[in-house]
Design a protein around this ligand. Structure first.
Ligand code: NAD
Length: 242
């Protein structure tokens, strides 16, 4: 159980982030709901979390901005006094073949997925270091483990997240802070809405179906409670990357 804990979840207004926020709340954690665009959806998540009997506050922030991440850490510290669990879930795709990929498509995906994860760890870990305790869980992707044609920018960002996870795990272990990653495969969310169930890719998944957001949230919750696992990457992918 996570009673009395405070979790920060980025990209928590929808998709995997929302499922993670609700799962951690159902285990008793208060939640800082970080969102980028849709304040209405973020408020919906907040209300649903509050109905579970824990505190929730929404914060609008662009994780790709070093300064906004810094300000966010300050505001959350003022409101909650502590942060026990940080889930770096915010992410974007801008798919395209590398021979035609624009500089912006490469930069913006790296800035949000990789630098955003760095920015958040950078500004939230001092709080955890002072408390000598913390759990950081980064959402990577199987695309960062095995590559994916048409996703050079995304795969690079998510492989970077794995390297970042392992380095941070080694650095922060002495302060009793664990850092792990979850690598989802094909999960049914807005991000994958263009992939239909009869897409040949789905036939390549050993479990023969898309994953659900709750199934990713379960792995995140497991890592939030685990005390002797760090620097690990858990695939939640129906076996596609084994
Ligand atoms: P989604 O598009 O539904 O949600 C992404 C969330 O990130 C949104 O809430 C969005 O507002 C937020 N976000 C985007 N840019 C941001 C920024 N600059 N600052 C703050 N928030 C920002 O996607 P999802 O499928 O729920 O994906 C969640 C995470 O899981 C992403 O990191 C994604 O790469 C990863 N992932 C998803 C799948 C999948 O199949 N859906 C597979 C592997 C990995």
């Amino acid at each position: 159980m996570l009673n009395g804990k405070v979790s920060v979840v980025t990209g928590a207004s929808r998709g995997i982030g929302r499922a993670v926020a609700l799962k951690l709340a159902s285990l008793g954690s208060a939640i800082a709901v970080v969102y980028h665009g849709n304040s209405e959806k973020a408020e919906e998540t907040v209300r649903e979390i509050e109905s579970l009997g824990v505190k929730a506050v929404s914060y609008k922030a662009d994780v790709s901005s070093y300064e906004e991440a810094k300000e966010l850490a300050k505001r959350i510290r003022e409101d909650f006094s502590r942060v026990d669990i940080l889930v770096n879930n915010a992410g974007i795709v801008k798919d395209g073949l590398i021979a035609m990929m624009s500089e912006d498509a490469f930069d913006s995906v790296i800035d949000t997925n990789l630098k955003g994860t760095f920015n958040m760890i950078r500004h939230f870990c001092p709080l955890m270091i002072r408390a000598k305790s913390g759990r950081i869980i980064n959402i990577s992707s199987v695309s960062g483990m095995i590559g994916n044609a048409g996703q050079a920018n995304y795969s690079a960002s998510k492989a970077g997240v794995i390297g970042l996870t392992k380095s941070a795990a080694k650095e922060l272990a002495g302060k009793n802070i664990t850092v792990n990653a979850v690598a989802p495969g094909f999960i049914r969310t807005d991000m994958t809405e263009n992939i239909s169930d009869d897409n040949p890719l789905v036939q390549m998944i050993p479990l023969r179906r898309f994953g659900e957001t709750d199934e990713v949230a379960e792995a995140v919750a497991f890592l939030a409670e685990a005390s002797y696992i760090t620097g690990e990457v858990i695939r939640v992918d129906g076996g596609i990357a084994m």
